[in-house]
Design a protein. Structure first.
Length: 273
């Protein structure tokens, strides 16, 4: 029965590779890109709403200590309070518009008594890869408008540090309110708040993300197409093997003899006679 070729080791190995690849495309790679596309859509919606929306107070946007999420991130938050420069930390290994930078993170105590982390923006590097000198935040009570952001996460859970290479200035690997809270020994609420242009204490204002849809949806469709093509290719070769003369056929068609072989046979026949 011709279907026996399906049990041959070579065909079983090919089948395993093809179906594993197709299943990975359909259940992992394509859904992952679809989820990234959904995240981008949420981010774009929040950004567009923040462009036209009015700043809200901290408790209006994030009541009861809520953490910024996809629904509230990028929304404008208006706060009144004082900067706490003694707890300032500089985030290292950042990139802004394709160039290396540091981000300056300064705790801020609101008039209600809540301490939040404010990202005052970026500064460039000097010729020794250290942060260029930057202005201290203004003293006294100020009104600021910020954008709510969720904390970044460091997979290695590294704390802020200061040594000779940092000039004694505390530095961190991520923008994380809890890293700064431990370094400054302050009770800082989760999440951080990014200063907008022309706000008291802002340095280089961080650019906002572009509101394009990105390539994620098309990437997801490509992975679906790749998985489908792999299955169709396997089906094509399976059908071809069911026909006589397939690549895995045990009995091969007899090869036609060459002219040299025919002449050699004639010579052997003449000698024999």
């Amino acid at each position: 029965m011709r279907l026996k070729f399906l049990l041959k080791p070579g065909w079983l190995a090919l089948t395993l590779v093809v179906f594993t690849f197709a299943i990975t495309c359909f259940t992992l790679l394509a859904p992952w890109q679809f989820s990234r596309n959904t995240e981008r859509e949420h981010q774009n919606a929040a950004l567009r709403e923040s462009f036209s929306g009015q700043p809200r107070s901290l408790e209006q946007l994030l009541p009861n200590g809520a953490v910024p999420d996809q629904r509230t991130e990028w929304h404008l938050v208006a706060m009144r309070g004082t900067y706490l420069p003694d707890g300032e930390v500089v985030a290292r290994l950042r990139s802004v518009q394709g160039e290396a930078a540091f981000e300056v993170l300064t705790p801020f105590r609101t008039v209600e008594g809540t301490v939040v982390l404010v990202d005052r923006g970026y500064v460039r590097l000097d010729d020794k890869s250290r942060a260029l000198p930057f202005a201290a935040p203004p003293a006294g009570t100020v009104d600021i408008v910020t954008r709510a952001r969720h904390d970044e996460r460091d997979g290695k859970n590294r704390d802020a540090f200061a040594d000779e290479s940092t000039g004694g200035k505390l530095q961190s690997y991520v923008v994380d309110s809890q890293v700064v809270a431990r370094a400054a020994k302050l009770d800082i609420r989760p999440g951080y708040f990014q200063l907008d242009l022309n706000q008291p204490g802002v340095l280089g204002a961080l650019p906002l993300p572009q509101t394009d849809s990105g390539p994620f949806f098309s990437y997801a469709l490509q992975w679906i197409a790749f998985g489908t093509m792999a299955l169709m290719g396997w089906l094509y070769f399976t059908v071809r093997e069911l026909k006589p003369g397939g690549a895995l056929t045990t009995e091969r068609p007899q090869r036609r003899k060459s002219v040299a072989e025919l002449l050699a046979e004639d010579e052997r026949s003449e000698v024999a006679t």
